[in-house]
Design a protein around this ligand. Structure first.
Ligand code: PGA
Length: 258
């Protein structure tokens, strides 16, 4: 199975800088690599970047979020089908910044997963506990609750278009990473959860990414864990050199097990 390394540019860059970053990343990603590279720029740049990007079958584009509603009178929203219509192939859903800073409820996250799948996009569903939940030992319960809500009603066939991203909130943008053991332990629990609900084959085929202060210096160790299938990268995705080093670390981790 190929890994995924996804760059979440969040609310950063102006058009000219976004274009420079896209060009530098496109040049650096090998077309025969073992990693699927996904870029999630700010929504206003998506359409232009998708059109301008040099052909590279290892790279595809993602939205950082989408509406949970169909087209209609929802000022400011954009639908999963709109993203699909401009050549975007996946969308981040339920990022902790959306949940915490923009009030996205479990119900809204589930609606977005539904919209993404119905529109033919891959849903990159984010989950993860906050520091209090981790310190009180409630982290497994919290993550399984999030997955239970968000994936309710998702069929076995649709699971082929679901990627999960475990992002402990205490590690996002803080410089504090989960240890490789902490990541593996949660990723394993997530895979067991998928197995219980959709069976062993789907569990084995679902990619589970780690996110939270992932950088060139720690990516190799994290990606070497058996249940980690790549990363969702925030801060380090804003530098082409760092991001490409993380993609290399992912390729390297797969070469070692081949
Ligand atoms: P970070 O962000 O790599 O800057 O911690 C990860 C994310 O929020 O997706």
């Amino acid at each position: 199975m190929r890994n995924i390394v996804a760059g979440n540019w969040k609310s950063n860059k102006l058009m000219v800088e976004a274009r420079e970053l896209m060009v530098a990343v496109s040049k650096g990603v090998s077309i025969d690599g073992l990693t699927d590279v996904i870029l999630a720029p700010p929504a206003p740049f998506l359409s232009a970047l998708v059109l301008e990007a040099p052909e590279n079958k290892s790279i595809s584009w993602a939205g950082q979020q989408c509406s949970g509603y169909e087209m209609g009178a929802y000022t400011g929203e954009f639908t999963a089908s709109m993203l699909h219509s401009i050549g975007v192939r996946s969308v981040l859903i339920g990022h902790s910044e959306r949940r915490d800073k923009f009030g996205e409820s479990e119900e809204m996250v589930a609606m977005k997963v539904r919209s993404a799948l119905d529109s033919g996009l891959t849903a990159i569903l984010c989950c993860g506990e906050n520091l209090g939940e981790r310190e009180s030992g409630g982290h497994f319960t919290r993550v399984m609750e999030q997955l239970t809500h968000a994936l309710h009603g998702v069929s076995e066939t649709e699971m082929a278009d679901v990627v999960l991203a475990y992002e402990p909130i205490w590690a996002i943008g803080t410089g504090r990473t989960a240890s490789a053991d902490q990541a593996q332990e949660m990723h394993h629990a997530i895979r067991e959860f998928i197995k219980e609900n959709w069976g062993e084959m789907i569990a084995g085929n679902t990619r589970i990414l780690y996110g939270g202060s992932c950088k060139p210096s720690n990516a190799g160790e994290i990606f070497a864990q058996p249940d980690v299938n790549g990363g969702l990268i925030g801060g380090a995705a804003l530098s082409a050199a760092d991001f490409l080093a993380i993609v290399d670390a992912s390729d390297q981790s797969l070469r070692e097990i081949q």
